[in-house]
Design a protein around this ligand. Structure first.
Ligand SMILES: C[S@@+](CC[C@H](N)C(=O)[O-])C[C@H]1O[C@@H](n2cnc3c(N)ncnc32)[C@H](O)[C@@H]1O
Length: 271
């Protein structure tokens, strides 16, 4: 079995296994979109903080399947341009197919360790739930700053160390092989993120996203669990029906499964 700590930042594993296509990511996004208790959708929360205006040039690092843009592109200014990039060519291709008819969006397979744009190119750089995957956070932050115009905004979203701990506890009850954390955010999270950003940026604000999960579908929760390295690397594809039944028993007994979240967005600039 691979070392679960190492694979979270291993470009080969990330682009060829975990994010070879949008399957795993979609299972996780689907759970959050269906069962979040918050008033505002996560991607709308991020875009509201981004305050994208006419003429802005925007770079997204690790865009995945472009979920940030799919629901809101009609409301974005006509004259803004968006460069959406991801390490995985499967992901970059799916994002391209989803937004292909909109000429404001360009798609690129790119490792954020080596940003293929000139110094001072962008008004906004976004790293939404991806900095914890890069081999060196410090290096990617320096690269992001390099391609930012003076006064530009950097947005980094991530989770806290307690994010979805309730699910970790349930998984540990389901199987001793699943003792540990299913999340992958340890290298850049809400505990250590600000310290890392301070090395590069001078002004940093944290905006917490207030929402939990109240899950009433055992199947979607099982899909979520099997999208994570903790579960799939320990169980392979075995145990799906048993896990589904385990979650279903709790849903039948309590009406749902409560999973607390800990998620937020850093806004960072050089002033
Ligand atoms: C958790 S997903 C987030 C996707 C998207 N930002 C979202 O929030 O829906 C992390 C993404 O980062 C990408 N990624 C991982 N390491 C990367 C790197 N070194 N450079 C660029 N993208 C990377 C993965 O391929 C994956 O699509």
């Amino acid at each position: 079995m691979p070392d679960l700590n190492k694979i979270k930042t291993d470009p080969d594993y990330l682009s060829n296994v975990q994010y070879q296509n949008s399957g795993n990511l979609s299972s996780r996004i689907q759970l959050h979109q269906r069962f979040s208790t918050g008033q505002q959708n996560w991607y709308e929360f991020v875009l509201e903080l981004a305050r994208i205006k006419a003429g802005m040039k925007v770079l997204e690092l690790g865009c995945g399947s472009c979920a940030l843009w799919r629901g809101s592109y009609v409301r974005l200014p006509e004259s803004a341009s968006f460069f959406l990039t991801d390490l995985s060519c499967g992901m970059a291709l799916e994002g391209h197919l989803a937004l292909a008819s909109d000429k404001r969006f360009a798609h690129l397979t790119m490792n954020s360790m080596d940003i293929a744009f000139a110094d001072g190119s962008f008004d906004l750089v976004i790293a939404n739930h991806m900095l914890y995957h890069v081999p060196s956070v410090a290096h990617v932050l320096a690269e992001a700053r390099r391609v930012m115009k003076p006064g530009a905004l950097f947005i980094a979203a991530t989770n806290g160390p307690e994010h979805m701990r309730d699910l970790d506890l349930l998984l540990g009850k389901f199987s001793k092989r699943l003792n540990g954390k299913h999340g992958m955010e340890s290298a850049f999270n809400l505990m250590n993120g600000e310290k890392q950003l301070r090395e590069v940026f001078t002004t940093i604000e944290l905006h917490l996203y207030t929402s939990d999960l109240w899950v009433t579908d055992a199947n979607l929760l099982t899909n979520y669990a099997f999208s994570t390295p903790l579960v799939v690397e320990n169980l392979g594809n075995e145990g799906r029906p048993e896990m589904r039944a385990f979650f279903q028993r709790r849903i039948d007994r309590f009406g749902g499964i409560r999973i607390r979240k800990e998620t937020g967005v850093y806004l960072a600039r050089v002033e």
